[in-house]
Design a protein around this ligand. Structure first.
Ligand code: G3H
Length: 252
């Protein structure tokens, strides 16, 4: 973790959470302390149905809200979709794009992720662009190459340290309790930094690269200490305020 890059701990609630889950959000806000606030950025990405209702609860706190996906258009005839402008209007400052569950469940390829990233920028949102390899790709020794290709194709020209976050999420580690070794994480994050540098020169040094995939309170410190890991994208463990805060505290 470079001192120039602030740690970001992001929670992706995925398709979990009814209005009563607001108690967990309030628990996160209540659990903040000055040390945590001074060293770590915290982002909560609830389902879109909860965003607007959560905005009042984070007002005045440093907790940021984000969407989990967006359309690449600002408005129009796209039944069931949500635009980045709508997310912003509901209180989001960021949006996850290219999550492997979107890529897998909805057939979203790198070109679509690229368009969504541009759309997020147009709306003034910070995109968190997800990349990651399948187990077969890892077993074939292709993890770094797959991720490098996704970085080249999913991220448009114009990325800067301020307008982009990358999340490396090996698909086989998501929700499985399995994680790569710290050495494996370091190797892929180094490869990501190298491609970002090739494309965005000095800006790449400031772009945060998060690790995601079965991050829990008991493994967070080890994963967050890996070079070039600038934070975490947390799924299951972000649903409980105590676990999310424990992961954030493990970063400092
Ligand atoms: O976006 C979050 C990731 O997919 C990780 O999910 P997980 O922490 O439940 O493995």
């Amino acid at each position: 973790m470079s001192p120039a890059r602030r740690i970001l701990i992001a929670g992706n609630w995925k398709m979990n959470g009814l209005r009563a889950a607001k108690s967990e959000l309030r628990g996160i806000v209540a659990g903040l302390d000055p040390t945590l606030q001074s060293k770590v950025d915290l982002l909560v990405c609830p389902p879109a149905t909860l965003l607007a209702g959560f905005a009042a609860d984070v007002a005045g706190s440093p907790i940021m809200l984000g969407g989990q996906d967006c359309h690449f258009n600002a408005s129009g005839a796209h039944t069931g979709d949500i635009s980045p402008d709508m997310l912003k209007d509901a209180g989001a400052v960021a949006v996850i794009v290219g999550h492997s569950e979107r890529r897998g469940d909805h057939g979203e390829g790198d070109a679509v992720v690229n368009a969504k990233t541009k759309a997020a920028w147009r709306a003034g949102l910070l995109p968190v662009v997800c990349v990651g390899e399948t187990l077969a790709e890892r077993d074939a020794g292709d993890a770094a190459a797959v991720v490098a290709r996704q970085i080249r194709q999913s991220i448009p020209e114009g990325a800067t340290a301020q307008n982009l976050v990358v999340a490396y999420e090996p698909i086989w580690a998501i929700g499985t309790g399995r994680t790569p070794t710290p050495e494996d994480v370091a190797q892929v994050h180094h490869a990501i930094r190298a491609v970002l540098t090739e494309r965005f020169a000095a800006e790449a040094q400031g772009i945060r690269i998060l690790y995601g995939g079965s991050v829990k309170p008991d493994n967070a410190a080890i994963l967050l200490a890996v070079p070039d890991v600038d934070g975490a994208l947390v799924g299951g463990a972000s649903l409980k305020a105590a676990d999310f805060l424990a992961i954030a505290r493990a970063a400092i």
